[in-house]
Ligand binder design. Structure first.
Ligand SMILES: [Zn+2]
Length: 174
């Protein structure tokens, strides 16, 4: 098996698991050296061919596998020879972190710029405009909704953003 060191990293294991799911994980976790066909993988890993193909296609879509096609001249059948391209994993993970960072930043902005009201009985949160439309009463249970302080949530998001920025070496001004 290739890429042993990479695959020992729990972050990478989790990343692969999220991509291919539990059924695809045996495929993703055992990249062979060199080229392999889907049939060979299915046989070696004792998996359904469809599950193997699905996992390979997901890896392909994420630039973690490539294939070339061979046509059997007699039967006309196509064989797909797959190569795992796990050298791309670190770069992919970094892109994931950037996406996470940007989404979190948007979310933080939203939390910061809105006022919220809470029904403590139903644990439902309303934006100010919604709460006003409902006359500051919960539409589910009729209790009055209370102004909600979300500064702890915003601070938690700041901490997470700081950690992500450290990890990604993003320079933040101010
Ligand atoms: Zn309620």
């Amino acid at each position: 098996m290739a890429f042993e060191d990479l695959l020992e990293d729990p972050v990478i294991q989790k990343y692969l698991h999220e991509l291919v799911g539990p059924k695809g994980m045996p495929v993703a976790a055992a990249p062979p050296d060199g080229e392999v066909t889907d049939e060979e993988l299915a046989e070696k890993l004792d998996l359904e061919l469809n599950d193997v193909r699905r996992a390979l296609f997901i890896l392909y879509e994420n630039d973690l596998a490539t294939y070339r096609r061979l046509r059997d001249e007699d039967s006309g059948w196509l064989t797909y020879l797959w190569t795992f391209e796990y050298d791309n994993i670190p770069e992919n993970l970094e892109e994931e972190l950037y996406r996470l960072h940007d989404a979190l930043e948007d979310r933080r902005q939203y939390e910061q710029n809105h006022e919220f009201y809470l029904c403590e009985i139903c644990s439902i949160r309303f934006e100010f405009g919604e709460a006003m439309d409902f006359g500051f009463e919960c539409p589910e249970c009729g209790s009055p909704v209370e102004s909600m302080d979300n500064s702890r949530l915003v601070h938690a998001m700041d901490d997470r953003l700081d950690a992500l920025e450290d990890e990604l070496n993003i320079d933040v001004e101010g």
